[in-house]
Design a protein around this ligand. Structure first.
Ligand code: HEC
Length: 334
């Protein structure tokens, strides 16, 4: 039996070595060595790994993590794109990057701005989205919430299908977070009076990835969204606020009104039925932003349900929906 072997003086160091080796290989997956001919990448940005895996994912077929597919390598805090033959076979859309001697933020962001939408297969026009999902501007079953806030000087009408919000709520009631199903589309039409000036979209292409796409007032794909003093570069500048943890108005103050901002009044234009303080604090949706979504869709949806229940107009499934979310269904609780 092994105890006997281990107790032999000569075998002790060898066994110890083996034990160490097994322990080491169990806890550390060493990253593969960087092959000769790889191209150095340094974006000099915080969260470089997140940025690279997020943006490069769609150039692989099928879209996937470029690190585990050995299209991207990581060593000593630096990143490298695989040599030309690997890129040619696994992610040919990245070949133009290899004409550079080094990839910095300028080269990378220009490349993403020029090629990313094509690589991801995004529609060139708003009309194609409408064909895919129906017309959010008038169809039944969509929440449409007018908001004026921090992202745009325009008023935005943000639309999302009610069924997607219900789905995210059922994820949450099963002990998860407010996570929207694959295929969910958020559309924000930026308005002046009744005219659509531009449209921004977040589309859940894969279970863990939202794509950002913008269109001009004629419904054509665009690479900039109006903002002062400089336009927002779309899509490359879309990640910052949605992935960050800064709180924005008017969501932060809701259901109380927000103070005016640099572009005048900031508001979420919904009636009192949609402003339940209990629901707002239980959901804490803007601060939690569990799915990088910054607006208050579940809060507004559930507030309306709670008003129905409290006024005796609610159905049994309305009450159940609230209870599943841990929201009290009697007025005394508020
Ligand atoms: C300055 C921070 C900021 C940047 C940059 C930003 N957003 Fe947003 N976005 C917000 C906030 C805040 C909301 C919540 C609604 C509102 O207040 O307008 C939002 C909401 C959205 C929504 C509705 C879904 C949600 O999260 O509520 C979409 C779609 C959207 N943004 C798309 C984009 C696109 C496309 C870009 C890049 C062109 C972008 N965003 C860049 C702050 C930002």
């Amino acid at each position: 039996m092994t105890v006997h072997h281990l107790s032999r003086p000569n075998s002790a160091p060898a066994s110890l070595f083996l034990v160490l080796l097994v322990a080491l290989s169990a806890c550390a997956q060493p990253s593969p060595p960087v092959p000769p001919g790889s191209l150095a990448v340094d974006l000099e940005k915080p969260g470089q790994d997140v940025l690279l895996t997020y943006w490069l994912n769609v150039y692989l077929d099928p879209p996937r993590d470029p690190l585990s597919a050995n299209v991207l390598y990581h060593s000593d805090g630096m990143y490298y794109l695989a040599p030309e033959d690997s890129i040619r076979s696994k992610a040919p859309g990245l070949l133009p990057l290899l004409t550079h001697e080094f990839v910095d933020w300028d080269i990378f962001s220009t490349f993403i701005q020029d090629t990313w939408h094509d690589a991801a297969g995004h529609p060139r026009s708003i009309g194609e989205w409408i064909e895919r999902v129906g017309n959010w501007r008038e169809a039944e079953g969509w929440l449409r919430i007018p908001v004026k806030g921090s992202m745009s000087p325009y008023e935005r009408v943000v639309s999302v299908q009610e069924s997607a919000v219900r789905h995210a709520l059922s994820e949450r009631s099963r002990g998860g977070a407010l996570i929207y199903p694959e295929g969910t589309l958020f559309v924000a039409d930026h308005m002046v009076e009744n005219q659509i000036m531009e449209t921004t979209i977040m589309w859940k292409r894969q279970s863990d990835t939202w794509d950002y796409v913008s269109y001009d007032g004629d419904g054509h794909l665009t690479d900039r969204i109006f903002k002062e003093p400089d336009p927002l570069q779309s899509p490359i500048q879309c990640l910052g606020c949605h992935r960050g943890n800064r709180a924005f108005e008017p969501e932060r103050s809701f259901p109380a009104p927000a103070d005016p901002g640099p572009n005048g009044a900031r508001y979420i234009d919904v009636d009192n039925d949609a402003r339940d303080a209990v629901v707002t604090s239980v959901m804490n949706e803007h601060m939690r932003r569990s799915d990088t979504i910054l607006g208050l869709y579940a809060t507004i949806f559930l507030s309306r349900v709670r008003v129905r229940v409290l006024s005796g107009r609610g159905s049994a499934s309305d009450s159940l929906l609230l209870m599943e979310q841990g929201i009290p269904v009697d007025a005394d609780a508020s």
